[in-house]
Write a protein that binds this ligand. Sequence first.
Ligand SMILES: C[S@@+](CC[C@H](N)C(=O)[O-])C[C@H]1O[C@@H](n2cnc3c(N)ncnc32)[C@H](O)[C@@H]1O
Ligand code: SF4
Length: 409
Amino acid sequence: MPRTIPLQPVGAAPRARAVMPAGPATLTSLPPLSVYVHVPWCVRKCPYCDFNSHAAAEMPERAYLDALRADLEQSLPSIWGRQVVSVFLGGGTPSLLSAAGLDELLAMLRACLNLLPDAEITMEANPGTAEAQRFRDYAGSGVTRFSLGIQSFDDAQLGRLGRIHDAAQARAGIEMAQRAVSRVNLDLMFALPGQTLEACLADVRQALSFGTEHLSMYHLTLEPNTVFAKYPPEGLPDDDVGAAMQDAVEAELAAAGLQRYEVSAYARQGARCRHNLNYWEFGDYLGLGPGAHGKLSFHDRIVREARARQPESWMERAGRRDGSHIAEQRVVGADELPFEFMLNALRLKDGVAAGLFAERTGLSLAAIAHQLEAATAKGLLDADPTRLRATALGWRFLNDLQEMFLSGE
Ligand SMILES: C[S@@+](CC[C@H](N)C(=O)[O-])C[C@H]1O[C@@H](n2cnc3c(N)ncnc32)[C@H](O)[C@@H]1O
Ligand code: SF4
């Protein structure tokens, strides 16, 4: 996570602000559409995790799949006729689904949606739930990519993180996943309690030893309302050590051919996650399942929605088929769009083509001319007018740069 320190204003008086239309956007074309499906159960709740995930001895698979079908069918009018470029099954622990359950889920998506034949279909999996045959079955049903929550290859760290697997199971899980599909991401966390820079790099090297094409590297954060927030683990590395780890990880991975292309994501050539790229390029996504968020564009507006968060409540409400499983639905105002767009686009190291701003928000770049000028003058934004991209300084102080696009700034 980039550190935030206040930036000094550069002195020049701000120019008159462009007037932002208050109403919703007008889009000439709709962006690519992805689908996110949330599976909210885990074997055990990890003490650092604030995802919408709930410990359960067994997931209520039948009730879940029925509710998912109801959720999907009620969503169809919002995405009628549109092609779906990617699917992401996230959690929680989607690998708690049985092979038959996952097969039914993907068949349901294929029957109801216009899923492109080469759509990327990612499934998150926990190595503590890995079984070779089940991974092969998932792939046979259409999963093209696994994302494994490894976190570390150090047994002591895995114990402190409350993981349900040890390092040997993590290694076995990677091999099973790689035998089943050609595309596998590994999640690692760093800045762990008592972790040295050498130990952090040892985890990265071990991940690379599997010929990994994609790595997600997350700085451990103490999220509110987690066990770690209440009882912080001892020996957490300070900010300087965390920053040194980040730099060393980036150099180690670059030397191995994995480029950092987003704040937390590293990939070999051609191995970037298409689903996540669609989020960062401000594409559309339908979010199904408890707590799932969605963003859907129409020619005259952009809508954000969120499903009921509690699994039981979402299942019960989706089954009523009266729309009550959607806890929140609102049109994004034109004044919010610049920040929302930049929040995503500037996470990408190469940024995005400048033309994408108008294409995705329906607003002219002229509407944010003064913010662009101010960010460029501060050395945070690349001066190249054909791209919207953070400079090395802007990347380091990303929060400050993104906040410059808040309305009223
Ligand atoms: C939904 S989980 C991945 C799949 C599966 N639930 C698992 O943990 O194996 C997404 C990833 O977010 C990361 N993560 C979760 N909480 C975090 C935190 N507090 N700080 C840093 N990374 C975190 C972990 O690397 C985790 O693998
Ligand atoms: S297994 Fe993953 S989603 Fe579940 S509690 Fe742990 S980190 Fe969170």
